[in-house]
Design a protein around this ligand. Structure first.
Ligand SMILES: N[C@@H](CCC(=O)N[C@@H](CS)C(=O)NCC(=O)O)C(=O)O
Length: 231
């Protein structure tokens, strides 16, 4: 099986946990939209040209005849295929709930820099972003990261969620370096999980390879210095 990933080529974004899972498993995949002619291929996928139900938004994964969208659905399915989630129902459902919680948090990370409309540029909504950012930093980020820390503290068995949480910490360290530097002592298990995932041989190779896209101001996690905690 050669998996095909369709995702915007400008940043790791919502495609990244899928790449991490495929890379860690040593699965064969094509990051279809990278390079020349990539965006038209993504738009064709969004028009339903791959077959199956028409996706609302990327990422999209094609696996043989199966066309999947929604990151949590893609990750849950891939994890079952590649052995990254327990086979018992409670483990699968607990992982699914965690996945959906990460997707909720993603949206809040996005809405810090796009509080009014996705269709507007950041610079068209800067006052609203500046108003939202302290609530994100002081209330929402601690709430979500505290919840994920709690899941690890409760002994959640290793799964695709651990790879995904690695990416959450990566993204937040890029977007909110000062906030994270101050908050990380409160989330030792998430920090340890980040280090443990980074040290996995396939992940270490991937992170140092050109397959890993750099973070950028086109992504879900963006660094606008004025939105981070005051220096
Ligand atoms: N819940 C979806 C969200 C997908 C999503 O928002 N994708 C972004 C790219 S990162 C997009 O292009 N959205 C277009 C839109 O919302 O109109 C998922 O997790 O896959």
């Amino acid at each position: 099986m050669v998996y095909e990933l369709y995702y915007w080529p400008g940043a790791p974004g919502r495609g990244e946990p899928i790449r991490l899972l495929l890379e860690d498993a040593g699965a064969e995949y094509v990051d279809v939209c990278r390079g020349e002619g990539g965006v038209p291929k993504l738009l064709a996928a969004l028009e339903g040209k791959l077959g199956g139900p028409k996706p609302l938004a990327p990422p999209v994964l094609k696996a043989g005849d199966l066309v999947l969208s929604q990151t949590a659905t893609i990750m849950g399915w891939l994890a079952e295929q590649l052995g990254y989630v327990g086979s018992d129902e409670p483990s699968r459902l607990a992982a699914r709930a965690a996945a959906q919680t990460i997707v909720d948090f993603w949206l809040e990370c996005h809405d810090v820099h796009h509080p009014i409309a996705t269709a507007l540029y950041y610079h068209d909504q800067k006052p609203e972003s500046a108003r939202r950012a302290p609530f994100f930093r002081d209330q929402r980020l601690p709430k979500y990261l505290g919840h994920f820390e709690q899941l690890l503290a409760a002994g959640m068995p290793f799964s695709y969620i651990h790879l995904w949480l690695f990416d959450v910490i990566e993204g937040l360290r890029y977007a909110f370096p000062r906030t994270m530097a101050a908050f990380e002592p409160k989330i030792p298990l998430l920090v340890a999980n980040h280090a443990a995932v980074a040290a996995r041989p396939q992940i270490a190779t991937y992170m140092g390879s050109p397959r890993r896209l750099p973070q950028s101001d086109k992504g879900l996690f963006r660094h606008y210095d004025e939105l981070d905690a005051p220096a």
